[in-house]
Design a binder for this molecule. Sequence first.
Ligand SMILES: [Zn+2]
Ligand SMILES: [Zn+2]
Length: 485
Amino acid sequence: MSTGKLPPAADGLQLNFCKTLACRNFGLSDAKHYLLQDSDPSRPGLVCRECGAFPPLLNNQEVLIELNRLKQQDTGNLAACHTEGCVAQGRPVLTNREYYHAFGYSGERQRYRCKHCQSTFVDKWSSSNPKSEIQQRLLGLLFTGHPVREICRKLSINPKTFYDHLDQIAARCRNKLASVDARYLQMCKEQPLASSMRALQPQSNNGVFWLATGHAGHGYVLLQSINYSADEEAPENTADAYQAEARLVPDGFPYAAESHHHQPKDLLGQVNAKYKEILSRSNVEDPYTRPVNIDYPTKGCLIRPQYAAYAQYLRLKELTESWQTVTLYLPQETLLRSAIISIFKDRLGDRLCHPVYVVQSPSWKEQDSPENIDIMLLSWWRDRWAFSTKGEASKAISHLGRDTGNEAHWLQHATTHEMDEYQNRFHLQFRSLIDEPRRRLRPVACCLCWISTVRGITFAAKTAKVSPQHSLWDWLDTPTHWPIC
Ligand SMILES: [Zn+2]
Ligand SMILES: [Zn+2]
């Protein structure tokens, strides 16, 4: 319960404050700036005394728990010193060679020694894969559309072994990708990024969404996560931001009558309709706090979307620490806006972060130069939008950091197209796998592995320019040796 205080900071992290950039209280977390109440759950728990904004409360500790869960999935086990308190702890050999000596081999595997604490460790990924042959056949069959049961029959394995192989392939992909990510982050400073978000299994209504962030220009996927945890159980009740387990969604969505909204044809109508949907939520950052039909997964637990999104952008903040500016193109979604504004608040204050909403009609040609720009202030947030029309096509952007005067630049360059395409391709290519009825209610049986694998494929196909599964395999099967001179 609140007792007139904000949810406590966790490890220095405090995400509860006014999120209106122009407000004097922006980024300030002193309770005296706000009206705090918890007696009426239908009213906001926190209202800014200065501008009247009502940013939803978050449990900071729970955001960190989600961040750690995400890190465990995407670190990829790059070889690094593991000694608690050592300056080299967690710094991969790959990008921090100055911390390590090569130290012989353990069997086929490369051994390293930390120069600071003298501990030694082996790179478990530096040997070749003994299961290469069967895994290569399995992947080939999956890519050519064979159902799981048939693959098991052809390879004389049972379904458990099938999924174990898939796990191992995905782990290998994650490891390889972690090494590419490390290089990407060193080399691609300042490059604009884009996020896209959609249901992981569109036919299933199981409440699992998939948020991906990557290079806006060529679609290299840097981060992706889903708001589902296979290892946790759904709680009995909804916890508020002052309680433990605030990030977990309980089972038991009330039945919601189907409502058929017709999608307005013009872009302005679509933007306004989206704001209307957002404001119909009791928590504007949580798409599941309005009447929606969700078939809750039969195992595991859904994570509140805002905790998943804040965690991904916290991770992005860590990864881009050495970048001068961070530019991020987004679909129109308050959840993402709030997360970015909160996490990059210092950069926003220094004008070193450019979050930009972008919506466009399908017929808009990428890189088209805009004409006849109309400026409009929309919604409760008074977001400043720039609309441009070219024949039948139209596009609109809103710079959430209120950068004015550069509308033509953002209209021309801001795009989430590559990231949207990445998610489209995944859905098209693996339709039978992701929409198989049994898997709808058990989302992670393979989907998390698949999105890692497909990220690997996307990367391998782009670099090798040959058939996707072969280039993926060559790439995966090359042992990662990082020789140190
Ligand atoms: Zn305010
Ligand atoms: Zn060490």
